[in-house]
Design a protein around this ligand. Structure first.
Ligand SMILES: Nc1ncnc2c1ncn2[C@@H]1O[C@H](COP(=O)(O)OP(=O)(O)OP(=O)(O)O)[C@@H](O)[C@H]1O
Ligand SMILES: [Mg+2]
Length: 455
C-alpha cells in the first residue's frame, strides 16, 4: 500500500518530534514545518494526504492558514490541534472545512483514529466524485448527438431545464429514441448532479412493491416488512427520480403519485407521518399517454401534472440527417471500446442505412454498428457487411401480383394518389424511401406528389 503523507504544522519542537516519531512508526510519511508561511509551498510541491495543523503558530494562526489553503486544496483533510480551545475557534475551523478539532493534550491514539477516519472519508469522497465525473462525462450534454431541427430543439430545451428549477418533466418517444439518455443528461447537467439520481422502471414491479419502492414503508406495514425502509423519493431528496415507463402504473398508485406530485409530500406505506422532500421528477413513456387517457387507462389529472414540461423525442426515421452523425459517433465509441480501426461506412452502405425505417430507433442503430464491428473487422463498412433486414426487399413487380379491377371500374389517379399517400405514411415522409417502395426515382415521386398536391 502506498504510504500516506502527513504534513505536520507545529512550532513546539518537542511535540512535533514526538508526533512525527509516532506517526512514522504507524507507517505514515511525515513532512514537518514550524510556521504557517511554509504550508502553501509544501502543499504545492508535494502530494499531501492530510494536514495536522496547530492553532497557535509563531507567524500566524491556524484559522488564517485554513483560509488561504482551504480554497486551493478542497480535498485536503485538516485536523486542528490546539491548547487554547474556544468554542468559537473550533466552530470557525469546522466552518472553514477542517475535518476535526482536537484539544491538547490529547491521547495520541485518539489522534490516530481521527487521522484514519479523515483519510477514509476523503478517499470515499474522491471515489464518489470520480464516479460522478465519469457519469457527468458519460451523460453530459456533449454526448447528445443530432442536428435535426426538432432534436436540436429538444437538446436546447434540456439545457434550459437542467439550469432551471423545473420539477416535473415528461419524456415521450418511441423505444430507443434516447429517453434514458436525456433523463440522465437533465440530472447531470443540473446543479442537482451532486445529489442522487434514482431510476426505476415502473412496469418491472407489481403495484404494491412499486409503491413501497417509491414511498418506502414502516416496520410491519406488510408481512415482509421486518424493518422500516426509505423509498426512492426520500433517498433522492435534493436530486432526481426517473420514473421510466410511467404509463404502466396501476390506477391505485396513479392517484398516490398524483397526490405526491401536488405538494411533494407523502406517507410511507403503513406510516402516519407526512414526509416532505424536494425532488425533480423525470417521467418517461413510450406509450401514447394521451391515448391511454382517452381509453381510461391513465388518469387525466396525473397526465397534466406530469407534462408540465413535455419533451417529445422524434423517431429516427423522421430525422435521417442524424443517421450519419450517429454512425460516426458509435464507430468512434466502439473503436475505443474494442480497440478497432474502423474508419467509416461506404456511400452505398450509408444509403441503405438512410433508407431503413429503424423501428428500434437509435438503440437499433447502435446495436447494428456494434454487431458489424465485432463480426466484420472492416476498415470501411460496406453493403455486404450489413444484415439482410437493413437492405430490405425490392418492391414486388406487378407480374407477381394481380390487382383486381372492381366491376364498376376505378379512377386510376385515385389509386395512384392513395398508394403515394400510403408510401409516405409508411416511411414517415421520407421521400427517398417512399420512392423506393414504389419503384420510382425520387424526382418522379416528387413530380407526382406535386401533381396530386401531396407535398
Ligand atoms: N441522440 C443520441 N445521441 C447519442 N446516443 C443516443 C442518442 N439517442 C439515443 N442514444 C443511445 O441509444 C441507446 C438507446 O437510448 P435510450 O436507452 O435512452 O432509449 P429509450 O428511449 O430510453 O428507450 P426505451 O423506451 O426502450 O427505454 C442508448 O445507448 C443511448 O445512449
Ligand atoms: Mg429507456
Amino acid at each position: 500500500m502506498a504510504q500516506e503523507k502527513i504534513l505536520l504544522v507545529e512550532d513546539e519542537k518537542l511535540i512535533r518530534w514526538s508526533l512525527a516519531n509516532r506517526l512514522s512508526k504507524e507507517g505514515y510519511v511525515v513532512v514537518e514545518v514550524d510556521r504557517g508561511s511554509e504550508v502553501l509551498k509544501v502543499l504545492e510541491e508535494q502530494e499531501i494526504d492530510l494536514m495536522l495543523l496547530d492553532y497557535r503558530l509563531p507567524d500566524t494562526d491556524g484559522i488564517q492558514v485554513l483560509k488561504t489553503v482551504g480554497p486551493k486544496f478542497r480535498d485536503l483533510p485538516v485536523i486542528m490541534m490546539t491548547a487554547y480551545s474556544t468554542v468559537e475557534s473550533a466552530i470557525e475551523a469546522m466552518k472553514l472545512g477542517a475535518f476535526d478539532y482536537l484539544n491538547k493534550p490529547f491521547e495520541i491514539d485518539e489522534l490516530l483514529v481521527t487521522i484514519q477516519k479523515a483519510l477514509e472519508t476523503t478517499s470515499l469522497k474522491r471515489e464518489l466524485s470520480r464516479y460522478r465525473r465519469a457519469q457527468e462525462e458519460r451523460f453530459g450534454l456533449g454526448n447528445l448527438v443530432g442536428r435535426n431541427p426538432k432534436i436540436s430543439e429538444v437538446f436546447e430545451l434540456v439545457r434550459k431545464i437542467a439550469a432551471s428549477s423545473a420539477t416535473t418533466i415528461l419524456l415521450q418517444g418511441e423505444s430507443g429514441t434516447g429517453k434514458d439518455l436525456l433523463a440522465n443528461a437533465i440530472h447531470y447537467a443540473s446543479d442537482r448532479a451532486k445529489k442522487p439520481f434514482m431510476n426505476i422502471t415502473c412496469s418491472a414491479l407489481p403495484e404494491t412493491l412499486l409503491e413501497s419502492e417509491l414511498f418506502g414503508h414502516e416496520k410491519g406495514a406488510f408481512t415482509d416488512a421486518k424493518t422500516s425502509k426509505k423509498g426512492l423519493f426520500e433517498l433522492a431528496d435534493g436530486g432526481t427520480v426517473f420514473l421510466d415507463e410511467v404509463g404502466e402504473i396501476g390506477p391505485n398508485l396513479q392517484s398516490k403519485l398524483l397526490r405526491f406530485l401536488e405538494d411533494r409530500t407523502f406517507k410511507r406505506v403503513g406510516g402516519t407521518v407526512d414526509i416532505k422532500v424536494e425532488v425533480r421528477i423525470v417521467a418517461a413513456t413510450n406509450v401514447n399517454l394521451e391515448q391511454a387517457v382517452a381509453e381510461g387507462r391513465f388518469r387525466k389529472d396525473l397526465y397534466y401534472r406530469l407534462k408540465v414540461i413535455p419533451i417529445f423525442l422524434p423517431p429516427l426515421r423522421e430525422r435521417p440527417e442524424d443517421i450519419p452523425l450517429l454512425v460516426k459517433y458509435f464507430i468512434d465509441h466502439f473503436n475505443r471500446e474494442f480497440k478497432k480501426n474502423t474508419r467509416g461506412v461506404s456511400h452505398a452502405a450509408m444509403q441503405a442505412l438512410l433508407e431503413y425505417p429503424w423501428p428500434g430507433n437509435v438503440r437499433e442503430l447502435k446495436n447494428l454498428v456494434e454487431r458489424v464491428m465485432i463480426l466484420e473487422n472492416k476498415e470501411i463498412i460496406d453493403v455486404p457487411d450489413l444484415p439482410r433486414e437493413i437492405l430490405g426487399q425490392e418492391p414486388s413487380r406487378p407480374a407477381e401480383q394481380t390487382f383486381n379491377l372492381p366491376p364498376g371500374g376505378i379512377v386510376l389517379e385515385d389509386v395512384e394518389k392513395s398508394l403515394l399517400e400510403q408510401a409516405l405514411k409508411r416511411t414517415g415522409g421520407n421521400q427517398t424511401r417512399a420512392a423506393r417502395l414504389l419503384g420510382l426515382t425520387r424526382d418522379t415521386l416528387r413530380y407526382r406528389l406535386k401533381k396530386f398536391e401531396l407535398e
